[in-house]
Design a protein around this ligand. Sequence first.
Ligand code: CIR
Length: 365
Amino acid sequence: QDGKVDLGKIQARWSELGKIKVSLGNKYFTPAVVEKVKGLSDSDQQRFLDVMMGGLSNDDSSVGVYATRPEDYDVFSFYLEPLIREYHKIEGQTKQEHDWNIPVGEYVLTKIDSRLEKVSMRARVARNVKGWNLPPSMDKDERIRFENKMVEVFGSFGIQGKYHSLTPGHKNYITNEQADQLRNKHFLFNDMTTDNHLTSSGVASDWPYGRGIWVSEDETKMIWIGEEDQLRIISIVQGNDLGKVDQSLHELLTGIEKSGLEFAEHPVYGVITTCPTNMGTGKRQSILGKFPNITKGGTDEKKLKEVARSLGLQARGVGGEHSNMDKEGTADISPSARFGVTEAIVTKRLYEGLIKLYDMEVQAA
Ligand code: CIR
């Protein structure tokens, strides 16, 4: 849709939302930004509005913006750059570096608490492939073509596994019941149309076309297709050594890279992702832990979220982002920053954050 966007109306909407909660997208929509937007072409102005749709449509947004194509990080850098630096707590210039040298036998959870003998450890990296739109602006045809390209990659992949498609009519199509079985194991993502952030931004459009999951034979490695990023490359391991899940994830990532896929990368921000919170490494690493004391039997999720935030961590419910915790206060805990840190530092921050968090859980008894 062409034509200049109504910047006055957007300003009014942001200030209305600001009375409820100030997201980062709201905070950085400054008068100086408005002036810059005026100088953009009509289609880039429209694109800029698309970037903010998640935030403008949801009064509970904490970030409120999603990139629609890799170039957005350059075309709208006057807006996204300070926002990225605040989220990842970066001061001054930082260029993304990568380091997958993560020791096995060092970040052992039983050293923190003897009850952490067998926990669900998860690590994922977000990736998008060069030359394709990011999910908010893919149309149905592009989503389906992307899925089929990945099915080809899986066909020549060194790791044994199986692809399950949610696309009606696809040769690997699975029924809703089969999809729910994968969700019960925490492998597959939820129906994206139930998340207002994903629908209003266009991320969930054309659901369930072009969506699916590849799962390795041993069920420790998986790849999501068509969720918030084109690819989410994941490992889930039951155990107590964080280094082991990194080892598994890195094996999977290396396998995909060998297939010749070229990922979208930014010279400064590292891997390009739909949500600015994932830029840099795209790596989120977590464990599912129980915090019955801090959450007062799961009734005070807010408290755990606050305590986690003060430690540079994020606490989510058991079913992923925007989901709830259970009666035992089971939460998914991960470090918040993914840009300006290496993959190895994400693991270290999780481990060191958990030491403090479990200390507080014991104190809260
Ligand atoms: C929001 O703005 O709240 C959502 N779009 C999600 C933001 C990214 N997630 C996060 O910080 N956990």
